[in-house]
Design a protein around this ligand. Structure first.
Ligand code: NAP
Length: 266
């Protein structure tokens, strides 16, 4: 999708994947600098490990504790995180004011951090996080107290999440439950979905399949469904804009990604 946008803009760049071993991350950065790479995305296992190798880290990436986008500067490398922008892109047009909306986030792993930061940015009244491991939940909650952007997070055990659903105007699945090949699974049972308030938004970060079982069932209970594909596109567009310092054709990126996914399905 990046290369489709670059071609549309008529620019002489290319976006390429490079597998980099954990022990080679520092050497890879030196190599990128030597050949004047404009910027890059990074993913597991480098999202935290790269932090000490950067000359500047955005406050948002510090708060989330993970970098997914790095741009070359005059003095070195600037790291930030575009997952929050990607997560928010399909939500912000839905409502001008989120101060009466409670959010329930399912899971407390890496993606949940961007989701919690996004819900706080929206101005949600309460942010509940449900997880299956009490210790991880408590660590997750405490980490936001000491973050550069402190956020008040309420936690609940996985088996008790139904008690929060009746007032959750926004539910976000950040677990892999329902992701291919386990497409018949869902993090919420039909009975739990029935608890949702009218007009609730159910957002699944998963994009294979698209829509997931969770979203298919949520719609039958009157919810508004958002899948993970738009977040994927928009986090990529935000990164490309940072590197190119100009607006990018998001429609072209969406089309390229959808085409590729159709090809993979065939
Ligand atoms: P992660 O760091 O491994 O976190 C996954 C979370 O889900 C953990 O809290 C994990 O709990 C929990 N979980 C897993 N299986 C569970 C189960 N059976 N019951 C209850 N909780 C369960 O993974 P991640 O990087 O956050 O990614 C999570 C999902 O988001 C993936 O499907 C990924 O593809 C998607 N994602 C999408 C985008 C996008 O752009 N659309 C971006 C990022 C991620 P434990 O820690 O106890 O295992």
């Amino acid at each position: 999708m990046h290369n489709a946008a670059i071609a549309q803009l008529g620019l002489d760049y290319v976006y390429l994947p490079f597998p980099v071993a954990a022990a080679q991350l520092s050497d890879a950065l030196a190599g990128f600098a030597a050949i004047d790479v404009r910027g890059f995305n990074i993913t597991i296992p480098h999202k935290q490990a790269i932090l000490p190798l950067l000359t500047e880290v955005s406050e948002l990436a510090q708060a989330i504790g993970a970098v997914n986008t790095v741009a070359r500067t005059d003095t070195g490398w600037y790291g930030t995180n575009t997952d929050v922008a990607g997560f928010l892109a399909p939500l912000t047009p839905l409502k001008p004011n989120w101060s009466a909306t409670d959010a329930l986030v399912l899971g407390c792993g890496g993606a949940a951090r961007a989701v919690v930061a996004g819900c706080a940015q929206l101005g949600c009244r309460k942010i509940w996080v449900a997880g299956r491991d009490r210790h991880k939940l408590i660590r997750f909650q405490q980490s936001w107290g000491t973050s550069p952007r402190p956020i008040s997070v309420d936690i609940c055990d996985w088996q008790d999440k139904a008690t929060q659903l009746f007032q959750a105007g926004l539910v976000v699945n950040t677990t892999p439950i329902g992701m291919a090949p386990q497409i018949d699974q869902s993090p919420l049972t039909p009975m739990e979905l029935q608890q949702l308030p009218a007009g609730a938004i159910v957002y699944d970060l998963i994009y294979t399949p698209c829509p997931t079982r969770l979203l298919q069932e949520a719609v039958t209970y009157g919810a508004i469904a958002i899948d993970g594909l738009e977040m994927l596109i928009q986090q990529g567009a935000a990164a490309l804009e940072l590197w190119l310092q100009q607006p990018v054709p998001v429609d072209i990126m969406r089309y390229a990604l959808q085409q590729r996914m159709l090809e993979q399905k065939a």
